[in-house]
Design a protein around this ligand. Structure first.
Ligand code: AMP
Length: 569
């Protein structure tokens, strides 16, 4: 693992990595063959004092990228003058050890001067950010105590200002300037590292929403990955600031999560109104008077605008003080039919299982294969070459695809034209793999699939449904079988089709290689989500697998007294 403290060092190192030097990594024994070998870079921005929450982001980045960069920087721009910039826990040695153990490739731990000092060419980098010095703020002590609020406008630094409606609610009310500080430092980190993907925690839900907007509005070529909140056994969300709590306060702090769970129960019982949900939290919080709520709010999870009731989804967010420590927590309430994601390696029986599960549960089977076929049909209709990805990108980004029907018969339309039968033609079958392999097509169709997911009530199979397409699916299944069993099934299938027999060993080798390719490819790699339930189907029939999934659905997802009805059909 390398540690850099300047953008110059880091940039130089990353440019060499990108120039194809991952071979060197394999030779020095640090590369595990299950990482993608595509040169992709994942960035995990942190302020250090790393805990399991940070490590969950690092693990995810480790799975999805050839190279993982963790930045550790306590950013003065996002702290107000009376906030804890000075006392924020700093434990660089321990952080580096944790990063090393987690398989991080590069730690970027700049000083304030290294990150902000050279942004103003008039100043001299002699210990204070130059802009600060020029603005005469160094003497006021703001450089040490945080700059949001009073200092920001004056320091001679180009800043990234998120839209006011997103920053005026929740934490923005008591932390003016905070999100401008966050957006500015994250933009700097994005520009320095130029990652393919960046990892953030749902713990900071407002930050995540603002950064999603920033990436979209500024067309940054970066995929944001949002990871679930990691909690202690008693429900307290992990936070570097938990270190400030005395044992007694630490015990009291669990009330935040308990409040959210009360609201969740009210939601499950049909409560959708702002007042009902907020009061459920409030009533619980009042049982511990030492915990002083700063806000309890219900907002739209993407726009951060206050909601009067949950229509599609609502973010219930809390900030509270315990002594001088400020803690935050949140919960997303989704008013949608559940989503079932079934991932797993090729040959584990997913495509048969998924249709049956959809039928039994009355969910829509979202046939992604049909979506790729529809796009292929459009490409061929438009006389485009499959190699002309740019032209295809233009076409696909503007088309409208409609999937409807039932699991036995999916109807497909593109730009209003029903092409259910046409997409099964031999020409489409011959071209669909090549079209699906285009990154732009995949990206666009994942977006469309997610749009279907907004309404829920779907079941979907693939390689990365539970990890990338629907990371918040209510039920995630990882359906697998041993290489030997899958080879045996394949041999049986070939026999049933009257084809000549292939030796088991040969089939096993082919399956093993396919698994490796699937799990290391850049687009839609095969991954088991951390919260997926694994079903090993070696000794199960298809009917038994279906029965297991249906039982899991009833046990964990469908709510008592709530009818599960198909969304389309
Ligand atoms: P911080 O060091 O507090 O700036 O956090 C760095 C990243 O880790 C942010 O994206 C946080 O949302 C994320 N993070 C912090 N705590 C947790 C947690 N308990 N669970 C998941 N992610 C977290």
């Amino acid at each position: 693992m390398r540690v850099f403290t300047t953008a110059a060092g880091l940039r130089c190192y990353l440019s060499k990595l990108r120039a194809g030097q991952h071979q060197a990594k394999e030779q020095d024994g640090t590369h595990s063959s299950c990482y993608p070998l595509d040169g992709s870079v994942g960035l995990v921005p942190t302020m250090g004092a790393l805990h399991d929450g940070h490590l969950s982001l690092i693990r995810r980045a480790r799975q999805e990228n050839a190279w993982v960069v963790v930045s550790i920087f306590v950013n003065p721009l996002q702290f107000g003058p009376n906030e804890d910039f000075k006392t924020y826990p700093r434990q660089p040695i321990q952080d580096q050890q944790l990063c090393e153990q987690a398989g991080v490739d590069v730690v970027f731990a700049p000083t304030v001067e290294a990150l902000y000092g050279h942004s103003n060419p008039l100043g001299k980098p002699d210990g204070e950010p130059n802009g600060l010095k020029q603005a005469g703020l160094a003497q006021t002590g703001l450089a040490q105590t945080g700059l949001a609020q009073t200092g920001l406008a004056q320091i001679g630094l180009t800043q990234v200002m998120p839209p006011a409606p997103m920053t005026s609610e929740l934490c923005g009310q008591t932390r003016p300037g905070h999100f401008t500080g966050v957006a500015t430092v994250v933009t700097k980190l994005f520009n320095i590292v130029q990652p393919d993907r960046a990892y953030f925690g749902q713990k900071d839900a407002q930050q995540v929403a603002i950064l999603q907007k920033l990436v979209a509005d500024l067309n940054l070529p970066i995929e944001l990955r949002v990871c679930p909140i990691v909690r202690e056994h008693d429900g307290l969300a992990l936070s570097s600031r938990n270190q400030y709590l005395s044992p007694e306060q630490r015990a009291q702090a669990t009330i935040l999560n308990r409040g959210l769970r009360q609201a969740e129960q009210a939601f499950r019982a049909g409560g959708r109104l702002r007042q009902v949900l907020i009061e459920a939290v409030q009533a619980e919080l009042e049982t511990v008077p030492t915990v002083q709520p700063e806000y309890i709010e219900l907002v739209h999870p993407e726009t951060m605008l206050p909601l009067q009731q949950v229509e599609e989804a609502g973010l219930l967010a809390i900030a509270a003080r315990i002594g001088s420590t400020r803690l935050i927590d949140n919960l997303v309430l989704r008013n949608r039919q559940p989503i079932v994601a079934i991932d797993g390696p090729a040959g584990a029986g997913k495509s048969t299982v998924v249709r049956q599960v959809a039928q039994v549960l009355g969910l829509l089977y979202l046939d992604t294969g049909a979506m790729y076929r529809a796009v292929t049909w459009l490409v061929l209709q438009s006389d485009l070459r499959v190699g002309d990805e740019a032209a295809i990108a233009e076409l696909v980004s503007q088309c409208q695809i409609d999937i409807s029907g039932n699991p036995a018969m999916t109807r497909v339309a593109i730009n209003g034209q029903d092409i259910t039968a046409a997409i099964r033609s031999p020409e489409i079958t011959a071209q669909v793999s090549a079209v699906s392999a285009l990154p732009t097509v995949r990206r666009e169709l994942v977006k469309r699939q997610q749009d279907y997911g907004r309404r829920g009530g779907i079941v979907m199979d693939g390689r990365d449904i539970g990890t990338c397409v629907f990371p918040d699916a209510e039920l995630k299944i990882f359906l697998t079988a041993s290489v030997q069993e899958r080879a045996r099934r394949r041999q049986q299938d070939l026999k049933n089709q009257g084809q000549s027999e292939i030796a088991l060993a040969e089939l096993e080798r082919a399956i093993y290689e396919r698994d490796l390719k699937d799990s290391t490819r850049r687009i839609a790699p095969l991954r088991q989500a951390e919260d997926a339930i694994e079903i090993q189907s070696d000794h199960l029939t298809i009917d038994q697998v279906v029965a297991k999934i249906v039982a899991l659905y009833h046990e964990r997802v469908s709510r008592p007294g709530e009818a599960v009805s198909p969304i389309l059909g």
